[in-house]
Write a protein that binds this ligand. Sequence first.
Ligand SMILES: O=c1ccn([C@H]2C[C@H](O)[C@@H](COP(=O)(O)OP(=O)(O)OP(=O)(O)O)O2)c(=O)[nH]1
Ligand SMILES: [Mg+2]
Length: 151
Amino acid sequence: MTPVVDILRLAHNPDLPLPAYETAGAAGMDLRAAVPEDEALVLRPGARTAVPTGLAFALPNGFEAQVRPRSGLALKSGVTVANAPGTIDADYRGELKVLLVNLGEEDFVIRRGDRIAQLVIAPVVQAAWREVDALDATDRGAGGFGSTGGR
Ligand SMILES: O=c1ccn([C@H]2C[C@H](O)[C@@H](COP(=O)(O)OP(=O)(O)OP(=O)(O)O)O2)c(=O)[nH]1
Ligand SMILES: [Mg+2]
């Protein structure tokens, strides 16, 4: 069943299209920058910034949202999400912000309405710890980090 999420437009975003799945099978909804029309944001090489979206929402309990990079921006400009995947908690009611970092060599200009990242909404579980004295045995044991061989 499709989860329905209450979403609120903030004062600086009366007009931008809501995040939307761009194709029928898309996993993510593209997020748009709600920077002022007359104040494009310039992200210098190596710099990072929190880009406003002008949106706040209330995820149903049992869901999270992840802020992920757009591959085209990453490939063409080296612009990605600094904390990817950003974690949006179900109880967060503040503005969704996208933390972009410019790993490229050129200035990256962000204008109002630009699609800067994507949002994936996913079910999440909260686990509980049970502290024990020993763990059950497995074939892998403590092997990891290449223990099964390279290539
Ligand atoms: O890319 C992001 C990541 C987080 N948030 C918001 C929603 C999230 O629920 C809240 C807290 O995020 P997180 O737990 O990652 O940050 P923190 O540094 O641990 O802050 P806090 O102490 O507030 O949890 O900030 C965003 O708007 N964009
Ligand atoms: Mg936190």
